[in-house]
Design a protein around this ligand. Structure first.
Ligand code: PEP
Ligand code: MN
Length: 449
């Protein structure tokens, strides 16, 4: 199968931007933007349509309870952060979490990295003021640089091109790690190597030993291990900048359908999901599996109209609602949404994002999250679905494989006073390696109940 860039298609995609598109950068130079978009349109796809279809089937399985989705990665990737070590640590963390979930709950885990494209961020304001100086807000490395200087904050369309190359290099390493033998279940111990010893690691070692034993047993029985040499791993990011997503949208030569080839799964954020907006219009035209963030503020009628727009055929796996209510709200706000959406006959996959409803500013001034709140929101999500007889299909978390100190709590008991030790995110606070593993153990327990 091949994908082609069709000039007519580009024209038709570009003919729609009359719709209001929220959260787009104020590019200073239209000609430079045009050059970057034209360049992107000539580049090879990062993913293939057939892979997106496989993921749609996996999301459908998750909507039925036959699989569980684990989606994780940085809030905002950076170009400087796209190093072999960072990528490897993130993949190892996701593989470890998946092993814990699979082993603990006997359910296949659909692994989705929030990576290889997560370079753009919605912001509450176009500008940021520090000590009397006002500059453009940081909108992600795809737009400008985090450094607070005029030159760095100036939106530069060539960054769209750079984001493509960074995504391509990231995805190449992801594919190498996940299909080249490293993700082989006979390497479960190796995924734990290189991390500072902690209680979650030690607990993981125990599971790894059990998995080892099971593998040896199966080997002795003559099992075929070829299928376990690699693992499926999908890439996802928020489809925020239409000047990036549109030129990477291509025609699938098998079917004539459109796919956004920048990622297998793209989602629309809480701030860009307006019904008359360009973002929902865009995703309604592409055939990738699609996510939409849903907060406690969502109106059910809007969600039902959104389903009609994005998933008129009610295709299982096509649409995922990533709910992010907050630990204090989830038990109250989620039930009526799930109930009414289910009653409408829609077959959406429900995923819990326990991060974005639980952000607060700590006393020392850091944007943080409390591990307890994260766990409590997932718990509430499971409770709501169990009470309604619907399916908790997965989790979506902001995490890193590094030992950062960005979220408080966890077994390590990170305190407000610790946050300054390794606060490295350029956007939202992430679970560190240990907190991520701890969460996986807790979710495995919730899943196996
Ligand atoms: C995010 O996922 O980083 C984000 C901005 O989330 P939301 O759209 O849910 O606020
Ligand atoms: Mn975030």
């Amino acid at each position: 199968m091949s994908l082609t860039t069709d000039p007519e298609l580009r024209t038709s995609l570009e003919a729609t931007p009359d719709l209001p598109a929220a959260q787009q950068p104020l590019w200073p130079d239209a000609a430079a933007l045009d050059a970057a978009v034209t360049e992107l349109a000539t580049y090879p796809p990062l993913v293939f349509a057939g892979e997106c279809d496989v993921l749609r089937d996996r999301m459908a399985a998750a909507s039925r309870g036959d699989a569980f989705v684990l989606q994780g990665g940085d809030c905002a990737e950076t170009f400087a952060g796209a190093t072999a070590d960072n990528i490897k640590n993130r993949i190892k963390t996701i593989l470890q979490m998946a092993a814990v979930l699979t082993y603990g709950a006997s359910v296949p885990v659909v692994k989705v990295g929030r990576m290889a494209g997560q370079f753009a961020k919605p912001r509450s304001s176009h500008t940021e003021t520090r000590e009397g100086v006002t500059l453009p807000a940081y909108r992600g490395d795809m737009v400008n640089d985090f450094e607070f200087t005029e030159a760095a904050r100036n939106p530069d369309p060539q960054r769209l091109v750079k984001a493509y190359h960074a995504s391509s290099a990231t995805l190449n390493l992801v594919r190498a790690f996940t299909t080249g033998g490293f993700a082989d279940l006979r390497h479960v111990h190796d995924w734990n190597r290189g991390f500072v010893a902690n209680s979650a690691n030690q607990r993981y070692e125990k599971i790894a030993r059990d998995i080892d034993k099971a593998m040896k047993f199966m080997a002795a029985c003559g099992a075929d291990f070829e299928a376990m040499k690699g693992t499926e791993f999908f890439a996802a990011h928020e489809a925020l900048l239409l000047d990036y997503e549109r030129p990477l949208t291509r025609v699938d030569s098998r079917t004539g359908d459109l796919y956004d080839t920048s990622a297998h799964f793209v989602w629309i954020g809480e701030r860009t999901r307006d019904l008359g907006g360009a973002h929902l219009d865009f995703v309604s035209r592409i055939h990738n599996p699609i996510g939409v963030k849903v907060s406690a503020k969502a109106q059910v009628d809007d969600l039902l109209r959104m389903i009609d727009l994005v998933d008129p055929e009610r295709t299982p796996g096509r649409l995922t609602f990533i709910t992010r209510m907050g630990a204090g709200q989830v038990r109250e706000s989620l039930p009526s949404i799930v109930e009414k959406v289910t009653a409408s006959g829609a077959a959406v996959t429900w995923i819990c994002d326990p991060m974005h409803g639980n952000t607060f500013e700590s006393a020392s001034g850091y944007k943080t999250r409390d591990f307890e709140d994260v766990v409590d929101e997932v718990r509430g999500f499971f409770e709501v679905h169990q009470a309604l007889g619907t399916v908790p299909g997965g989790i979506h978390v902001e995490l890193t494989g590094n030992d950062v100190t960005e979220c408080i709590g966890g077994a390590e008991k990170i305190l407000d006073a610790d946050l300054n030790k390794r606060y490295e995110t350029v956007c939202d606070p992430r679970l560190n390696h240990q907190q991520s593993l701890e969460l996986a153990f807790l979710v495995a327990e919730m899943l196996s109940r």
